[in-house]
Design a protein around this ligand. Structure first.
Ligand code: PDD
Length: 287
């Protein structure tokens, strides 16, 4: 089936969907984005992603291109037109098109809106999660506003590529103090010696993952303690369990970090329970 993309008010064949060469997203990465997981044709954590989009836009002083409801309708319609059952929906909003000049253009141009959707093989994702994935560490070379979900992702791309070349799924980014910030495109977690979950606090320079936020609530509901505080790479290597979260990975167990096995090198019981819990919640609340 041919893919369809939405660009500035029109649904187009994917191969014909284009933006202008002087779009500020292309020229300056002056743009923000969101990614929703699609399960059974419906968006998961829909409101959370929309709220974060609002925050990203407002931090960069890019206006809402449409009402929230209209934007969500476009995302859902793109999923529908692509007949996605399980997959990902992607939305990008740029500051718009203007003659290339660094300051914000005045008057503000109409923001550019692009929406795409792609299918994922949920069975293959489940198989990967059953086996667990490996990560390597990389220095965190990003800017100081990783809380804004911008498309300026070159350090993330380089770290992810280093992971792939090392045969790993993800790169965990390490700050100047030897502490894990997050993954190149996922949030980072461990289960510590007390059985508590640890993940970096949102006061740090990380993306405030929507999957992360939902999982914190779900874990607390079943009396699993969650400490939002840093952990070092060394602590991660000796943790009981480690895992990552993202819309594109849900909750995925990590079995080795830099070649060092985590626990017995198999997905741990806490992580497996949390994955099941998250998927069940995501499915039941998707729309
Ligand atoms: N990435 N940290 C980073 C740097 C990310 O890029 C992402 C998401 C996350 C997890 O956030 P969430 O749970 O809201 O998906 C954490 C998306 C999936 C991407 O870039 O494709």
């Amino acid at each position: 089936m041919s893919r369809v993309a939405y660009v500035n008010g029109r649904y187009l064949p994917h191969g014909e969907a284009m933006v202008h060469i002087e779009d500020r997203g292309f020229q300056f990465a002056d743009a923000v984005y969101e990614v929703w997981a699609v399960l059974d044709g419906r968006l998961t954590d829909a409101e959370g992603h929309l709220a974060r989009l609002e925050r990203s836009l407002s931090e960069l002083r890019i206006g809402w291109p449409r009402s929230r409801a209209a934007l969500l309708t476009v995302v859902r319609e793109t999923v529908r037109r692509n007949r996605i059952r399980d997959g990902l929906a992607y939305l990008q909003v740029t500051r718009g098109v203007a003659r290339r000049d660094h300051p914000f253009p005045s008057p503000a141009p109409q923001p550019t809106v692009v929406v795409t959707a792609k299918a994922l093989d949920l069975g293959a994702m489940e198989a990967k999660a059953d086996k667990g994935v490996t990560v390597i560490s990389q220095p965190d070379q990003r800017w100081g506003r990783c809380d804004i979900k911008t498309v300026s992702l070159l350090p993330n791309v380089l770290a992810k590529q280093a992971a792939r070349e090392a045969g790993a799924y993800e790169a965990w980014l390490i700050d100047q103090d030897g502490l894990v910030t997050e993954g190149a495109s996922t949030n980072a977690w461990i289960v510590d010696a007390n059985g508590a979950l640890r993940t970096r606090d949102t006061g740090a320079n990380i993306l405030r993952g929507i999957t992360r936020a939902t999982l914190i609530e779900l874990a607390r509901e079943i009396q699993i303690r969650v400490d939002e505080r840093p952990f070092s790479l060394e602590e991660a290597k000796t943790a009981r369990e480690a895992f990552l979260t993202a819309a594109s990975a849900f909750v995925t167990p990590i079995t080795a970090i830099d070649g060092v096995l985590v626990g017995d090198g198999r997905p741990g019981p806490v992580t497996r329970r949390l994955r099941a819990l998250y998927l069940d919640h995501a499915r039941r609340n998707a729309w």
